[in-house]
Design a protein around this ligand. Sequence first.
Ligand SMILES: Nc1nc2c(c(=O)[nH]1)N[C@H]1C(S)=C(S)[C@@H](COP(=O)(O)OP(=O)(O)OC[C@H]3O[C@@H](n4cnc5c(=O)[nH]c(N)nc54)[C@H](O)[C@@H]3O)O[C@H]1N2
Ligand SMILES: Nc1nc2c(c(=O)[nH]1)N[C@H]1C(S)=C(S)[C@@H](COP(=O)(O)OP(=O)(O)OC[C@H]3O[C@@H](n4cnc5c(=O)[nH]c(N)nc54)[C@H](O)[C@@H]3O)O[C@H]1N2
Ligand code: SF4
Ligand SMILES: [Mo]
Length: 761
Amino acid sequence: MRRNVDPEDDLSVTPPKEWAAGVPAVAHAIEYSLAQSGARRTALTLLNINQVKGFDCPGCAWPEPNHRLKNEYCENGAKHINDEATTRRVTRAFFAEHSVAELDTKSDYWLNQQGRLTEPMVKRAGATHYEPIAWDDAFGLIAEELQGLGSPDEAMFYTSGRVSNEAAFLLQLFVRAYGTNNLPDCSNMCHESSGSALGETLGIGKGSVSLDDIYESDLVFVVGQNPGTNHPRMLSALEQTKKNGGRIVAVNPLPEAGLKRFKNPQKASGVVGRGTTLADDFLLIRPGGDLALFRMLNKLLLEAEDAAPGTVLDHEFIQRDTTGFDAFAEHARAIEWDDVRTATGLTREEIERVHERVLASKKIIVCWAMGLTQQRHGVPTIREIVNFLLLRGNLGRPGAGVCPVRGHSNVQGDRTMGIWERMPDAFLDALGEEFAFTPPRNHGYDSVNGVRAMRDGKASVFVGVAGNFVRAMSDSAVTEDALRRCRLTVQISTKLNRSHTVCGETALILPTLGRSDRDIQATGEQFVTVEDSMSMVHASRGRLEPASPDLLSEVAIISRLARRTLGEGGAIPWEDFERDYGLIRDRIARIIPGFEDYNERAQRPGGFRLPNPVNEGVYRTPTGKAQFSCNALTMLEAPDGYLVLQSLRSHDQWNTIPYAMNDRYRGIHDARRVVLVNPEDLAAQGLADQSLVDIVSVWEDGTERRAEGFRVVAYPAARGSAASYYPETNVLVPLDSVADVSNTPTSKGVIVRLEPLPDAG
Ligand SMILES: Nc1nc2c(c(=O)[nH]1)N[C@H]1C(S)=C(S)[C@@H](COP(=O)(O)OP(=O)(O)OC[C@H]3O[C@@H](n4cnc5c(=O)[nH]c(N)nc54)[C@H](O)[C@@H]3O)O[C@H]1N2
Ligand SMILES: Nc1nc2c(c(=O)[nH]1)N[C@H]1C(S)=C(S)[C@@H](COP(=O)(O)OP(=O)(O)OC[C@H]3O[C@@H](n4cnc5c(=O)[nH]c(N)nc54)[C@H](O)[C@@H]3O)O[C@H]1N2
Ligand code: SF4
Ligand SMILES: [Mo]
């Protein structure tokens, strides 16, 4: 399981940074760009990121402001785009030289550094190497496998959130016309808990706020999120909040630099000055303590209302827009300070200070990301946050609302387009009517159930559209074994990754255009569209010469595969869709609400915003109201000698792909196999700073999982917690360790012990 780390770890540690961004950030990005793509291409790519006539940044889902500057990107956006725009190439000669077994010993870093994929490749059953295959033969091979299955439910089609709306719409259409809802996606491992909790309580699984709301807010909570690394331009928005007099509360077990102070690289003051202090309060919470925190904040609000009736709660809103208040209020009052202290590790004073801020604020927004969603009780935690906002009517008005900050640049759009194993009947009805077929109704596999199905022999064909499923999923050993059991695995990818080396009996690599590549079809140059975290939909146009003349676009690959699998002449005009993406958008406009005049509106500067009914006081819940809920207190309890491990992102990686071995803001250099632990916890365990350990996780059924050879680093993290990078630590997350309701792997809540090793270094 352990693969070479390349380059070898050579750890050095400096004190964690107190601020994020500024000139070093930009300089680091340019350095990476030049190494990957040379000066001219670098200039061309950077000039086009997030420009009205350019392409959408393939990084995160944070929205672009309406008034765009010349350099409307961050350090990490520049790194992502240049990783795609690299001039390095993986050719047939490369695959002839390296066997699959040899490639499988290489690190994730090394695989990615080989460059862009250039032509379709096949690994035939029993073969040791990938060899070239013509596009038509590749489609024929997949079609034959799909047609030969006992049931369409024996195949699954994974999507990662970089896929455009057009490709995503075609994919789900193909998969449903073929006969299954097996559409697992990266959302299952990401914001599924947000979708579940918001869907239940507000009737729509999306955020309700816009960028203007962030600017206008009196108080923004940033919970379980590290924007300095993962949504860097969110810091510019928070800077604006502060400038307008708003306040920020950060809740996190790590004192993340980006939440503390920000030096804006787009402003002269950010380059030379001290920057803006962001978090007014920083709650260094124990992992998994957020449910207890928000329950206590809610109890304090109820008590404040008791003390001064009519002054604290928004009775009119509660009366008009919500249901379930009485039961909630009774339940909320039952929480005790002792339990909150144990669950959160926070003092009463810290929480009461935040409560005072809440009382002083008329417009509150709560932002969150993986620190909440990847906990076992992520769904009830987010429901409790909804309770918190409902109490004072912080929904559907300017400066207030829910803000799950989404990950991949189009992960939200993919869901809107129907990439979900459980799309509602209204969508399936409309789809079936438009294209004259009967979509299947039984729910498909999500990511966790997909692995179970492959493991148990119930599914044997895996098709991945973007992403790196085998490294993204939990329980690496189990997931790898499951994929190896498949008859056929197909990966539609831009770059080499582990999902190409851990593959089925027969395996295909289908190389495709990236966001930045020019996309020319029979009717001319095409654009695609994406939806950001705040429901803005807009066009994205590739500008660069494609990495190879043999690449097909995702739309072309899916259309041709559909024609081969389903046969010619059905009611779905696949060939026309491939020729003119505008025709795909016309169909989307006909069946998905909010997309009227799609082709025209997508091309306006900034695009258009999809309506969120919550902002009109409309709740698509069974009661037609926003739902208060009662959420039992759950906390993560590690036995003596154990810690709660979270697996997170370093500053120099994009999900499963390390770009370099550094995590600058946290002061980690030239190493990834590190685990950050509070010095007092290290002392209690008799471990010296920078000593070598295995991380061992224990699961309820008594099984143990091991990640070998990590250096402990004394770090000012919350007591009882540990942090280490993903994907190296995915081996520790049991497949059955999932969030209640959402089935999301609990990547942020793994109970582990650290076993000292004799130190060779
Ligand atoms: N540069 C870069 N940008 C990215 C990505 C990337 O890999 N690289 N990935 C993209 C994707 S797909 C996503 S989903 C987002 C992810 O964005 P984030 O959610 O910011 O990503 P993580 O690195 O997983 O960080 C989780 C944060 O939650 C905190 N945390 C962990 N457990 C808890 C807890 O129990 N309670 C609280 N309050 N906090 C907790 C951690 O300390 C950390 O600060 O980023 C997107 N943007
Ligand atoms: N332990 C742990 N596990 C986690 C997480 C965690 O925090 N901890 N986070 C989870 C989260 S939030 C997510 S979203 C998943 C991420 O899971 P994925 O989305 O599956 O993984 P990525 O690393 O983003 O995928 C990178 C690959 O995508 C391909 N690619 C890039 N751009 C394109 C493109 O434009 N088109 C195509 N076709 N392919 C492209 C490249 O080949 C590249 O190698 O991981 C999850 N897993
Ligand atoms: S904040 Fe996200 S979307 Fe914006 S430039 Fe940076 S990585 Fe790209
Ligand atoms: Mo994500």
